[in-house]
Design a protein. Sequence first.
Length: 198
Amino acid sequence: MALTDEEAHRIASASRRVLLLLDVQQGMLSNPPEGVPSSKTVRDNLSRILTQARAAIQPPLIVHVRNTGDAGDMDEPHTPGWELIFPVEPAELVIDKRKNNAFAGTSLGDIIPPNAEIIIAGFQTDYSIKATCSDALKRDHEVLIIRGSHGTHDRIEVLHGGGITPAARIEADIELQLEEAGVHILDMKDLPGLFTNR
């Protein structure tokens, strides 16, 4: 059984570090075109990050944020696409959200203490990742994302002659925007020291 909000707040207060796994659900990581083009790479990287976080001497609070779609959506509640990819361990929290921003309409803002560092990974880069990072910065958190730990879909452009913007370009553009806003952008090679007292 997952944590209560109160238990989660105690863990986050003790570690001062939170790992937010956004929308890491079966639908997003299915094979393209339903899943994101980089689904295999991102899944492997998310697994490595989660394993490292769980093995830390002082583990962060691990929060699985599950997007809850409408009837007929890929992430409609209680359908295969809505299910989380990684089994939730007893010392971890699950929060369901309806908006891109994981803080909007959830208890996340009450659970995460003001001085906590937040590592954000998951889907989609240009929606939930961007919105949640932006709100976390407004709340004065240190925010980190890791290249290769988030992804999105190719975007069909309807203006300026149409065409398709590849997901990899969107991901890189959002990383640049977030870095300019104050998010720390790391690489997978930085993972060994991520959950240590640095």
